[in-house]
Design a binder for this molecule. Sequence first.
Ligand code: FES
Length: 90
Amino acid sequence: MPKLHLHVNGEPVAIDIEATTLLVDLLRGPLALTGTHSGCDTAQCGACTVLLDDLPVKSCSLLALQAQGRRVTTVDGLARGEQPHALQEA
Ligand code: FES
């Protein structure tokens, strides 16, 4: 089982995962970041969008291992201190 190293919402993460694990499933499952949703089976809705090195990607169509060594930002990580991000308020 490969070891994945990445930063999620500014925190380092090292985790053993199956090679076929989708990024959305890693985020919602082991990392419990449920702000990222899985809204379809066709990569059309965008509910799973996260930032990968500051660029938006659909985490349902990306293997978690493709984030090896990179930075992932989810909606859960957008707040600055106690102030929620406008996207979180919406
Ligand atoms: Fe719909 Fe990813 S879950 S685009």
